[in-house]
Design a protein around this ligand. Structure first.
Ligand code: SAH
Length: 350
């Protein structure tokens, strides 16, 4: 059945008109869906006959919370269920001054990064725009006390390999839910055509590049897509993104003990990204049992890497690590929990 969530206010107005209703009914539906996460049955200011007529044609398309784990620091990791029963991972991160959510763009991932839990499970399918925005809507409805202000596309999947749905979901976040584009970060492994296309959209999103190595040879060992898109091309595309949007970049750098964590590599990294404004965000490896057997570097190793970067003039942050107790790295929760709560065989009523 067709779904309401995922459609813009304009499209919902069109649906209202096609049912002989005034356009403002479409705006009411949009508010219920995106601001309150309410299903069609609960849209009490719509006439009952209208709800019944719409229900014959549409389902709400809301994601149901299938599982949640709360860490001591307040981070909550969710599995939400899409209409076809697929389980999607997302995270709610309350801070003192803002609430951020981490969203998945695909079920599984085809990029195959050698340190990543999502990669181990392979690729299932793309998420629709409604299913991506629906993760935020589901978490907001579950935690109504504080408004979600920020979103990062750092859950399962490679957003730029699901470009159209991801872009449509960004528009839902900014235009329907009311987030500022500057509060939305899209993280990519370095899909050059996607970065260039995004640069042309003129939306002031923050672009985060998962760099993880200062040179192509090492990067290819960690990130298989590096064979296709070389650092020179990727960094040129990032330069283009900055030039077109005026936005600083974020360079994510995963630290793996004895692999990419030496001070020399930090200096090489600083050289490599010279001229591109933005912070490096260091992410010490969250343990995942992968065939490569990676380990997390000791804290003093992380500190030395950071100091080398700062010494070379590059602003550097370390990812605030939250939710360790709830398997907060990409794809970990779904892997851990899936065997316990298998997806339902038939799609639900929502
Ligand atoms: N595909 C996108 C977004 C998803 S992952 C990307 O590659 O950017 C979000 C970030 O988490 C990426 O920087 C990714 O490299 C990192 N990550 C994946 N597995 C990790 C792990 N086990 N420990 C720490 N960071 C990890």
């Amino acid at each position: 059945m067709r779904q309401l969530l995922g459609r813009t206010t304009l499209e919902l107005e069109e649906i209202a008109r096609s049912h002989g209703l005034p356009a403002y009914r479409g705006r009411q539906i949009a508010r219920w869906l995106y601001r309150r996460g309410s299903a069609l049955e609960a849209m009490t200011d719509l006439p009952a006959a209208t709800r019944t007529a719409l229900a014959g044609e549409f389902e709400s398309g809301l994601c149901a919370v299938a599982h949640r784990e709360v860490a001591a620091d307040g981070t909550t990791k969710y599995l939400v269920r899409a209409a076809d029963g697929e389980l999607v991972e997302c995270v709610h991160l309350p801070y003192a001054d803002r609430v951020s959510v981490c969203l998945s763009s695909q079920v599984g991932c085809a990029a195959g990064c050698t340190f990543c839990a999502t990669a181990l499970g392979g690729f299932s399918r793309n998420l629709t725009a409604g299913e991506i925005a629906g993760q935020l809507v589901a978490m907001q409805a579950d935690r109504p006390d504080r408004r979600v202000s920020h979103a990062v596309y750092m859950g399962m999947g490679e957003p730029l390999l699901n470009y159209d749905n991801v872009l449509a979901s960004v528009r839902l976040l900014t235009e329907e839910i009311g987030l500022s584009a500057r509060g939305v970060t899209l993280s990519t492994v370095g899909v050059v055509p996607g970065i260039l296309r995004l640069a042309g959209e003129a939306i002031p999103l923050t672009l985060a590049l998962s760099l993880h190595a200062p040179d192509d040879a090492l990067r290819e060992r960690l990130v298989p897509t590096a064979r296709k898109w070389k650092l020179d091309q990727i960094l040129a595309a990032c330069g283009e993104y900055h030039a077109r949007t005026g936005r600083n970049l974020t360079f994510e750098y995963l630290l793996l003990a004895g692999v990419n964590d030496s001070p020399e590599q930090a200096r090489a990294l600083a050289d490599r990204i010279q001229g591109l404004p933005g912070n490096v965000n260091l992410i010490p490896f969250n343990h995942v049992a992968t065939p490569a057997g990676f380990r997390r570097p000791a804290p003093e190793r992380v500190r030395a890497f950071r100091e080398a970067l700062v010494g070379a003039g590059r602003p550097t942050t370390q990812r605030m690590e939250r939710g360790h107790a709830v398997s907060a790295a990409c794809g970990q929760l779904r892997r851990a929990v899936l065997p316990r709560i298998a997806p339902r065989a038939t799609p639900g009523s929502r």
